[in-house]
Design a protein around this ligand. Structure first.
Ligand code: KG4
Ligand code: ZN
Length: 341
């Protein structure tokens, strides 16, 4: 890629910032190779409220981002003066959180006369299963399952995405978190349900598999959460492990079957799964066995790349930079940014 001063950079040093929600994250890459990734979780700050409080999140980003940048640069054995490209998440996310990372990256880039890239958070998740693989981006059916999104996407190539379907109400992670709260588990519900479900019976309760056979690629999880809410008062001695395992199985059934069906229908041979919920041990195991049975290659994002991180933002930035696709400094954050316009 050509720098503003005309020099060409082969494997640029990229500093990427991610502050779309409640994780402050910084990564350093050399080209598409990850050299440092720092994530400061805010879970303990939001736990008392049972969810993310935007004001608390943005204040904390402001407090930790600079030390996190210093730590990432030090771990990478480089310095701010050696960074060739600055990138940050543009959206979607909380406006007051996005603003912190984007302003900092823009300021650093402007001050040093370096390029700035504004990156779509969903594209970061979407491409994270390809990160670190020498083949790069390949045609695939991709499932993105996070706290804010549940999307099925057909990837043709880098930047060529077709949205097949998405959730019509709650995201899969949102359903995990809301049900975790109903069951009295600590925040966030997702990883705690995963843990507790390991000692439960997934067939003890039969929860709805909404839209499993709807014939399209859309999802709906709010009915599942409501089913848990209505069942709870009827149980004399609720077994939390059984409830967790049965609820999790219902979500996993829908996600796995609809993704594999989309792959079969489109003829794509690769299934790529990403986003916070793709950390889920049952989801990973079911995708592994069912993709193998269906003759599909499965790419799961590494657990550290499933939940929010800046490495995935840096990866998209590296791919864009290599194609000379910089961003104007006038590009603003967009809390409602979509993957496909
Ligand atoms: O990707 P992410 O960090 O943030 C968003 O972009 O939303 O995803 C966070 C979501 C939360 O809802 C969290 O409960 C869920 O991912 N999650 C899990 C697991 N680990 C994180 N859900 C189910 N099982 C897990 N092991
Ligand atoms: Zn995310």
């Amino acid at each position: 890629m050509t720098q503003p001063d005309g020099t060409v950079v082969a494997a640029p040093v990229i500093l990427a910032l991610e502050t779309s929600c409640d994780e402050s994250a910084v990564a350093v890459l050399r080209g598409t190779e990850l050299v440092a990734s720092e994530v400061a979780s805010q879970i303990s700050l939001h736990e008392a409220y049972g969810g993310v409080v935007p004001e608390v999140a943005s204040r904390n980003h402001l407090r930790v981002l600079q030390p996190l940048v210093d730590a990432a640069l030090e771990r990478a054995g480089t310095a701010l003066s050696l960074v060739d490209v600055f990138a940050a998440t543009r959206g979607p996310g909380l406006a007051s959180s996005l603003m912190i990372g984007a302003s900092m990256a823009k300021g650093l880039a402007l001050g040093r006369g370096k390029p700035f890239l504004a990156i779509n958070h969903i594209e970061g998740h979407l491409l994270s299963p390809f990160f670190g693989r020498p083949e790069g981006i390949r045609p695939a059916i991709a499932l993105v399952v996070s706290g804010g999104h549940t999307l099925l996407v057909e990837i043709e190539d880098f930047g060529k995405y077709r949205l097949l379907g998405q959730t019509q109400d709650d995201a899969a992670g949102e359903a995990f978190d809301k049900v975790g709260k109903l069951l009295g588990l600590p925040y966030p519900g997702g990883p705690n349900i995963d843990l507790v479900a390991r000692s439960g019976n997934p067939h003890s309760h039969s929860f709805p598999r909404s839209m499993m056979s709807s014939g399209d690629d859309a999802f709906s999880f709010s009915g599942l959460k409501t089913a848990v809410r209505y069942l709870l008062p009827k149980l004399e001695d609720p077994n939390t492990a059984d409830l967790c395992a049965s609820f999790q199985e219902a979500i996993v059934d829908v996600l796995v079957s609809k993704t594999i069906r989309a792959a079969r229908r489109t003829g794509r041979k690769i299934v790529a799964v990403s986003g916070g919920v793709s950390c889920n041990s049952r989801l990973r195991a079911r995708f592994e066995s069912e993709c193998a049975a269906a003759g599909l290659e499965l790419l799961l994002a590494e657990p550290a790349l499933c939940t929010d991180n800046a490495a995935m933002i840096g990866y998209v930035a590296a791919l864009r930079f290599a194609r000379n696709q910089g961003s104007e400094f006038s590009v603003d954050i967009d809390p409602n940014l979509r993957l496909v316009a």
